[in-house]
Design a protein around this ligand. Structure first.
Ligand code: NAP
Length: 526
């Protein structure tokens, strides 16, 4: 990323994406395993809720499990009820004027400190992601690196937002615009990027001067607790945020509909996102604003493989996009749409590679795939594979993996028609539907035949075809001759079209604008 200048004249540090550790290096792996040891030593610890700086212990408990070894309890968490949810929003409302008046530079420095703390504790956070989210080491490292990137990048963007570009100056007037925070917000992340997305949404809201109530996913509350430690160590006042572990169905509606809730920043499934959007749109007694909803939702992402594509590159791109983190990414490739001229050759190469994928406990670096997040997810994915057997040809996978974890073998289902359920519905697991296209135009038509519009990729060498995809492939994040996962902060602002959400473009230069409102001020001077 390029460097920028604040109007104060100071040159901002250049943004650089955080590098990834290499887990094939024995020294790195040793350090990672040491971190894993200290994380394991904390298994079963009890965690309180944090309500505006106050630790709250409740009798109602939520246990988070290690999906590779579900008998292992990673953390035991107090669970919030309606009264605590209400208290947290009221506290966020009370502290908002103080936090909004805190100089932007102070908030920026806190966020930079949070990035530095995450960097220092990187292997430890990697290890928490391995044991609570079932990520392999490289996937965990990418998640933690992205979290660091969000802190650094939003700190930089806030510096720019604090010094907006000059307006047209009318004769005899001083004309300016400033950005002011919105108010108390609710942050609702998913479990699949339990650190990066949680951190990104929280950092953006806090650095722009909003107070927040964070409701983490019930599958990954320990990672959220660890990030709360980072916020406190970085100097964020206890009252600037609350951390409410609790079921979305129990406290979600209350948080969203609370009359003091000014905005909701949500990432998760289409159905929950639509519900939040609907509930948030209804004003409550005493509410004086239109509540803002930033909702990033599901995907049914396709990779198009053209007749002239580099087939080996395409096979690798599809493989990594479909089965990395067990297919549990909103950006995962769940549909490969392949020109009939190379369809059979593509399938042959793909199946050969899928057969070599090792599935097992995520802490073992020999495993490319770990478990899916929980038993419900595994049941759902296996049911989709059964449906797929009747909707196409199951060429690989199709059953649970060995061991006590929630393992699913990567499934490839060929000859899938565009009206099939496995072509249309988000499965969120390691299931790839492969569909034959007559030609490139047909392939684009098939790729767009979905209510979602998050990511997509095209493998082709013909520039005219790439240009056509640029114009017609209707997704928020389009990639050429590379995988459709792995968006990088700063380079690939992230967010989708249609039922994939509000296209907020996380990690992009405009993202923070969603957490503020502009105030134009004109003063007559002559
Ligand atoms: P989810 O079931 O929609 O849950 C997301 C969050 O919403 C969780 O914290 C959940 O809490 C909470 N929630 C559930 N019901 C709620 C309610 N009525 N009110 C308020 N909050 C509620 O999604 P997920 O299974 O965690 O994540 C997977 C989904 O996220 C997939 O669809 C994936 O595509 C999408 N995703 C999208 C993006 C993107 O950038 N577009 C990125 C990552 C993931 P509980 O855990 O307590 O239920």
């Amino acid at each position: 990323m390029s460097s920028g200048e604040g109007s104060a004249g100071g040159v901002l540090p250049e943004f650089r994406n955080e590098g990834y550790a290499d887990f094939s290096d024995p020294a790195t792996l040793r350090a990672a395993n040491e971190a894993l040891g200290s994380v394991r030593a904390q298994f079963g610890c009890q965690y309180d809720l944090l309500v505006a700086g106050r630790r709250v212990h409740t009798g109602n408990r939520l246990r988070s499990l290690n999906p590779s070894h579900p008998a292992e309890v990673v953390g035991v968490h107090s669970r919030a009820d309606a009264a605590l949810a209400n208290e947290a929003v009221e506290a966020a409302w009370r502290f908002f004027p103080i936090w909004a008046a805190t100089p932007a530079q102070a908030r920026i420095e806190m966020l930079q400190r949070a990035a530095a703390i995450l960097r220092r504790r990187k292997f430890e956070f990697d290890a928490w992601l391995v044991v609570e989210a079932g990520k392999t080491w490289p996937e965990a490292e990418a998640d933690v690196s992205e979290a660091i990137d969000f802190c650094d990048y939003y700190a930089l963007q806030m510096t720019k937002l604090a010094h907006p570009p000059e307006l047209v100056q009318l004769p005899g007037e001083n004309d300016e615009m400033v950005y002011v925070p919105l108010g108390p917000g609710v942050i609702i992340p998913p479990w699949n990027f339990p650190l990066a997305i949680l951190v990104g949404m929280t950092a953006a809201a806090l650095v722009t001067g909003n107070t927040v109530v964070i409701k983490p996913s019930s599958d990954t509350p320990t990672i959220a607790q660890k990030f709360a430690e980072v916020l406190i160590e970085a100097g964020f006042p206890g009252e600037s945020f609350s951390l409410l572990v609790g079921s979305g169905s129990e406290i979600g509606d209350l948080l969203v509909q609370h009359r003091r809730t000014r905005f909701v920043s949500f990432t998760g499934s289409r159905d929950v996102g639509l519900r939040i959007n609907e509930l948030a749109s209804k004003p409550q007694m005493g509410q004086v604003w239109i509540r803002r909803v930033i909702a990033e939702m599901g995907g049914k992402d396709a990779i198009v493989v053209d007749a002239g594509a580099d087939l080996d590159a395409a096979v690798n791109g599809v493989l990594v996009s479909a089965f990395g983190y067990q297919g549990q990414k909103c950006s995962a490739c769940s549909r490969a749409i392949v020109d009939e001229a190379v369809y059979d050759a593509f399938l042959e190469k793909l199946i050969g590679k899928v057969a070599g994928i090792r599935v097992g406990p995520s802490e073992d670096p020999a495993n490319y795939m770990g478990p899916v997040i929980n038993e419900g997810a595994r049941r759902n994915i296996l049911a989709y594979i059964e449906t797929g057997r009747s909707e196409g040809r199951l060429l690989a996978g199709g059953g649970p993996g060995d061991g006590d974890g929630y393992f699913v073998r990567p499934a490839v289902i060929a000859d899938v028609a565009p009206d099939a359920r496995i072509f249309r519905e988000e499965i969120f697991g390691p299931v790839l539907a492969v569909t034959k296209a007559r030609d490139f135009d047909h392939a684009l038509e098939l790729a767009n035949a979905t209510e979602y519009g998050l990511t997509g990729a095209v493998y082709a060498t013909d520039r005219r075809k790439l240009q056509k995809a640029r114009e017609q492939f209707f997704v928020g994040n389009l990639y050429f001759n590379r995988k459709c996962t792995g968006a990088m902060v700063g380079a690939h602002p992230f967010g989708g079209f249609n039922m994939s959400g509000t296209d907020s473009k996380a990690g992009g230069p405009d993202y923070l604008l969603q957490f503020v409102q502009g105030k134009a001020i004109a003063e007559k001077t002559a």
